[in-house]
Design a protein around this ligand. Structure first.
Ligand code: SF4
Length: 653
């Protein structure tokens, strides 16, 4: 008995057929499961230069190695494909209940090739996989689709459903895949890949037991994690974070932050609890990343965490998560039930566009969840459009009279609707900022805050340059969840991993801009670790509690029966990261072209906590490439590194 199913499902949508592929134990030892398994299979199956919206692209749904084994914070699934938004390796991560459902169907991953001539969905029930007609579902939003499919396939256990809404059907390059009534695997434009395949949904109703090689050890580890990973005190009121944030921004030095405190915030408020701290410290961007909270001093009243909690009906937990950072909110008849907006969505539709209307945030969140459009990319795109309108690059004639002025929340829903439907000005904006700027004019590219085509999550690299570095060097560019200096501090990797440097408790703020030394070594360790926990199905928030409290390496051994050291797992992480980079290089991507917009590292703000900050991002990127074993100048994995990581049999020379 072990934690992985040992096989994956391949569905050919052009032919309407399916087959299983058995993978040997050596494959899992080399790539883990989840993201690692996907990186190996997609590298093998997607031909060089494949059209991301064509039949040759492969769309995968993968579960983690630890999912369902009795470990905590390990119920995340990932969607993977070549991204139509960036042309690079694409992935998107989501919680909910789909991750165990994949394994309960007997697979570690489900992969789709080809394109169906008409809408279909995949149903896996007691009689195995079946492709069924989805014509009647095409055009429905994601929640209507999920409700309908769960009604159709009602049984002893509610099936898990992942589907696209109208944004994916309309091939918006900023569309995602939706599960659990409005949670999105939002990034990389993978909703459009699903739409291009005419695959409306996957419906999973398997009942296979998932087990661990050493169940008693799993149990002991999880018991001890539960004791260590819960903050014993509760924060009284989110207003405290305004004061703490103010203090932190004024300190002449930085300090390492303990993830247990973050966990306390997430357990009570969810990610919105981070907003006041983000505003005060300079993490939260304003006015399309070119302003500061000084232009919008009432923002903490608008986004007030206690007001948000007053709408919360109950907490929402992903599978196997003791923390439960999500929430279901209600605003009465206008919005009877909806997922609580995440920090990213609140930042997008308040600070970034200078809006003072939280009601509009709830409505936008619900609309985009149903439509299946990424709120990070959509928010950046609305802010981009407002800046273009201010500068005269978009005119009232282009918008049909809609006034795209800063803070005009009245246009938010109509504009998002146009983007989802590709109507009016929405036709220009439906594919995100880079695509819109390419159609508008060269100057407007300065306002397109993205990396390699993907819009950036709302954590300003001028506060944490590591955020800009990771968004630029990771094979899936533009992601805020891939790494940062602060994440590294919270992972506590040095307590388990030999090469991971221990940061000083107090450090100079200037050291955050270091272009060599421990900051770069730490960034590489961060990347490696992220691949490991994405192979395990781990949630980043859980991992931020620290590997000394959340025993991911020990769980992996107990679940699989292996006896790898943390260093061995980090080497696997480097292998996965390198394979994904090799995918990009094979696609003809120049890694330096994935750098974040200059606004995030060479655009000194005139005021606010990040006043005057710039840093040398390119030097950091070169140093990272060298440290991880890629070509220092160009960013391609070197032959020596491929050999050391045992990848020469897999990667084309
Ligand atoms: S911490 Fe939040 S996002 Fe992570 S697994 Fe738990 S509920 Fe899901």
């Amino acid at each position: 008995m072990t934690a992985y199913a040992g096989k994956v499902l391949w569905v050919d949508l052009s032919l309407g057929t399916w087959r299983e592929e058995v993978l040997p134990d050596s494959f899992y030892r080399k790539y883990l499961s989840g993201l690692g398994l996907a990186s190996a299979l997609l590298y093998r199956e997607i031909p060089r230069g494949a059209d991301a919206l064509g039949p040759e692209n492969v769309l995968g749904f993968v579960s983690g190695l630890l999912t369902g084994t009795g470990s905590f914070f390990t119920g995340r699934w990932m969607a993977v494909a070549k991204s139509p938004l960036t042309g690079t390796w694409g992935d998107a991560n989501c919680g909910g209940t789909l991750a165990p459902a994949i394994k309960q169907c007997g697979y570690d991953g489900i992969f789709f090739k080809g394109q169906s001539a008409s809408p279909v969905y995949l149903y896996i029930g007691p009689h195995g996989p079946e492709l069924r007609d989805a014509a009647a579902l095409w055009g429905k939003d994601a929640i209507e689709t999920e409700d309908e499919l769960q009604r159709l396939h009602a049984g002893k256990k509610k099936p898990a459903v992942a589907c696209i809404g109208p944004a994916g059907e309309n091939l918006s390059l900023i569309s995602g895949i939706v599960n659990d009534r409005g949670r999105l695997a939002a990034r990389s434009g993978l909703g459009a890949v699903m739409g291009s395949k005419k695959l409306k949904a996957v419906v999973l109703a398997g009942s296979r037991r998932i087990s661990a090689a050493r169940p008693l050890q799993m149990h002991r580890l999880s018991w001890s994690c539960r004791r260590k990973a819960i903050l014993p005190i509760q924060f009284p009121n989110s207003k405290a974070f305004v004061l703490i944030g103010k203090l932190v921004s004024k300190l002449p030095f930085g300090f390492t932050f303990d993830g247990l405190l973050l966990e306390g915030i997430l357990a009570k408020w969810g990610t919105p609890g981070l907003t006041p701290y983000g505003v005060e410290t300079g993490d939260t961007p304003f006015r399309n990343w070119a302003g500061s909270w000084k232009e919008y001093p009432t923002i903490n009243q608008v986004t007030n965490g206690e007001r948000l909690l007053s709408h919360e009906q109950h907490k929402y937990h992903c599978y196997s998560c003791p923390l439960g950072c999500g929430g279901i909110v209600s605003l009465g008849v206008q919005l009877p039930e909806s997922h609580k907006p995440e920090y990213e969505t609140i930042a997008a539709f308040t600070a970034l566009i200078m809006s003072r209307n939280m009601e509009a945030v709830y409505q936008a969140n619900e609309y985009l969840n149903r439509a299946g459009m990424d709120t990070i990319s959509a928010g950046n795109t609305v802010a981009f459009a407002m800046e273009c309108y201010e500068k005269g690059w978009i005119t009232p004639a282009d918008t049909g009279g809609m006034e795209l002025t800063w803070g005009n929340d009245a246009i938010l829903l109509p504009l998002l609707e146009q983007m989802v439907k590709r109507e009016g000005i929405g036709a220009l904006l439906a594919d995100g900022t880079r695509a819109a700027a390419c159609k508008l004019n060269a100057q407007s590219m300065t306002a397109a805050v993205q990396a390699g085509g993907q819009e950036i999550g709302f954590h300003d690299p001028r506060l944490d340059p590591g955020m800009g570095l990771h968004a630029s060097v990771e094979p899936t560019p533009g992601r805020h969840t891939t790494g940062s200096q602060q994440y590294y501090e919270m992972y506590h990797l040095w307590k388990r991993v030999t090469a991971a440097p221990q940061p000083a408790f107090f450090y100079s703020k200037a050291s955050k801009k270091d272009t060599r030394g421990e900051r770069i070594t730490a960034a590489v360790a961060n990347s490696e670790f992220q691949q490991v926990y994405n192979g395990a199905g781990g949630c980043m928030f859980g991992m931020l509690i620290g590997v000394d409290r959340v025993p991911i390496f020990e769980w992996l051994n107990a679940a699989t029966g292996w006896d790898y050291s943390p260093d061995d797992y980090m080497r696997i992480g480097r292998r996965i990261q390198t394979l994904r980079q090799a995918f990009n290089v094979r696609e003809g991507i120049s890694p330096m072209d994935l750098k974040v917009n200059k606004r995030l590292y060479d655009f000194p703000l005139p005021e606010g906590p990040n006043k005057g900050v710039t840093f040398d991002l390119e030097a950091m990127m070169h140093a990272y490439w060298q440290e991880i074993g890629w070509d220092r100048d160009g960013g391609a994995p070197t032959p020596q590194s491929l050999a050391e990581l045992d990848l020469t049999d897999w990667v084309e020379a």
